[in-house]
Write a protein that binds this ligand. Structure first.
Ligand code: ZN
Length: 508
């Protein structure tokens, strides 16, 4: 492992301790990866225990008072360094994480953790039974715990702020509310206009696509797009995710449906976007808290940029569609590129977030964000949540869920983690992704033409230099400002949507 160039003995000691903690966390991540890919089902109980043990050890080591002493001892040293130096950044970011960890008593976290697993199990019964009442009391406890946790961080403007900050450092409920309201106002009429027109024909995607052939094709995609397969790998899973054990071992998982081609293609490109970010972090940050994406929103901006702005573009398929046809001649030889392009960009109102297209997706996110805030504020009771959910769907998407499974029970987030800060990162990621991509094209107008020729290095190098290599050194707001010269804004995403979907549908 490379180390930062430094001689301060306390810094070396801090880094040694942090590297140990990092190793324990990496071991836990590997156990989790194995659980989600290859572990036989019988291993579940022991694996759960092993994961809990490792996470507990990592937590104890990190919240040890000696970490606090080292940070204090290093303050005078880093005070003289530039804020964006590796050493000053390391102390600053470690301090932030440390403070957050020691604010919450271990006994509280143990009770919260128990509540989470109870709630998850109740949800796993309630969803197939299509019955919110089976999980309601558990969710009420989850809300109590979520509020109590927030209160370990007094001085917030909104009770959701500490949770939002955990995912998207530096952002607050009030700012997100404002920008989401602006986005919603622009999106709802576009969705209405598209819904009034005949739907795109996506039957070409719904044929039989054998799993092995899909895996082989996504593998080709990954290597051509710049994912380093010497420092990563791809495996199958039920719920796709990216994980990493070091900068040089960044893995993705893919979900394949044999009756639907889009799922495998786009979940692969999405997770690859997350992986490129992690693979691109500067080697000298390895083993420190700086060796990771800076926030959920910025991370999501990279997955969405590759999935939607690159992977669903006409130029991308101009290059790759002949290869896709060659891989699936029986299914696609009679389907034109234009038909395929329309199919992968079909806009349809739906009740399910994970099925949503680029245009409607953010409406699903905003519904959840607003409901989370209302629950935390106490202006919405858990017992009234299913009705509030259904009302918002009727209002924003013009569809009313006919059951709890299609409604409030569809996403696991609230039932397994917390209420607060769970969803905004998806839309922040879409907004930032469009902002970054617009800045990349402004700097290199040749990028779309290169994509049409299967060349991705200009874009990849630009992202690497501007975003990836910094890891967590900069906050989301800092990186956005540095790279795009702007704070978070809806303009680039709306410009993209108006232009792309204005060609596919009549939006006048
Ligand atoms: Zn993602």
């Amino acid at each position: 492992m490379q180390t930062l160039e430094t001689t301060h003995p306390k810094l070396l000691e801090l880094k040694t301790r942090l590297a140990e903690i990092h190793d324990i966390q990496a071991a836990a991540s590997l156990l989790y990866w194995d659980q989600a890919t290859y572990m036989p089902p019988g291993g579940a109980a022991a694996r759960g225990r092993q994961l809990a043990t490792l996470r507990q050890i990592a937590h104890e080591k990190f919240t040890d008072g000696e970490i606090g002493d080292l940070l204090n001892a290093l303050e005078p040293y880093v005070a003289d360094l530039p804020a964006d130096s590796d050493d000053a950044s390391l102390v600053r970011v470690t301090r932030r994480n440390y403070q957050r960890s020691i604010n919450v008593p271990a006994a509280f976290m143990a009770k919260f953790s128990h509540c989470r697993s109870q709630c998850y199990q109740a949800w796993a019964r309630a969803r197939p039974a299509n019955d919110f009442s089976l999980v309601r009391s558990h969710l009420e406890r989850m809300l109590d715990f979520s509020r109590e946790w927030a209160n370990f961080f007094p001085g917030y403007d909104h009770i959701a702020d500490p949770w939002i900050e955990l995912a998207d450092y530096g952002m607050k409920a009030v700012d997100i509310r404002t920008i989401f309201a602006e986005l919603r106002q622009q999106l709802v009429p576009i969705v209405q206009a598209i819904a009034a027109q005949p739907p795109a024909d996506d039957t070409c995607l719904r044929q039989h696509y054998p799993e092995a052939d899909q895996i082989a094709f996504t593998h080709t995609l990954l290597s051509q797009l710049g994912y380093d397969l010497q420092r990563g790998r791809q495996d199958k899973t039920l719920h796709p995710f990216m994980t990493n054990f070091s900068i040089d071992d960044v893995r993705i998982t893919t979900r394949i449906y044999e009756q639907e081609l889009g799922q495998g293609l786009f979940s692969t490109i999405h997770e690859m976007g997350h992986a490129l970010y992690e693979q691109g972090i500067a080697p000298e940050l390895e083993g420190t808290p700086l060796a990771g994406g800076t926030s959920s929103g910025v991370h999501e901006s990279q997955s969405r940029l590759w999935e939607n702005l690159v992977g669903r573009s006409r130029s991308f398929w101009h290059y790759f569609y002949p290869q896709l046809q060659a891989a699936f001649p029986d299914q696609l030889n009679h389907v034109s590129l234009d038909t395929f392009y329309r199919a992968i960009n079909k806009v349809a109102r739906s009740l399910i977030r994970t099925d949503a297209d680029e245009v409607t997706y953010n409406l699903h996110v905003m519904i959840r964000f607003d409901l989370e805030l209302a629950l935390l504020e106490g202006t919405l009771a858990v017992r009234d949540l299913p009705e509030a959910w259904n009302d918002r769907y009727t209002q924003d998407l013009g569809l009313t869920p006919s059951s709890d499974s299609e409604g409030v029970l569809q996403d696991v987030h609230w039932y397994t983690a917390r209420i607060g800060g769970m969803f905004q990162s998806y839309t922040i990621g879409n907004l930032m992704g469009a902002q970054f991509f617009a800045a990349a094209i402004a700097a290199h107008p040749e990028i779309p033409q290169q994509i049409a020729q299967g060349q991705f290095h200009t874009l990849h190098d630009w992202l690497q230099t501007k975003i990836y290599r910094h890891g967590s050194k900069y906050t989301p707001a800092e990186i956005l400002e540095q790279v795009t010269g702007q704070p978070l804004t809806t303009a680039p995403l709306m410009h993209h949507i108006r232009q792309k979907y204005g060609e596919l549908y009549d939006l006048s």
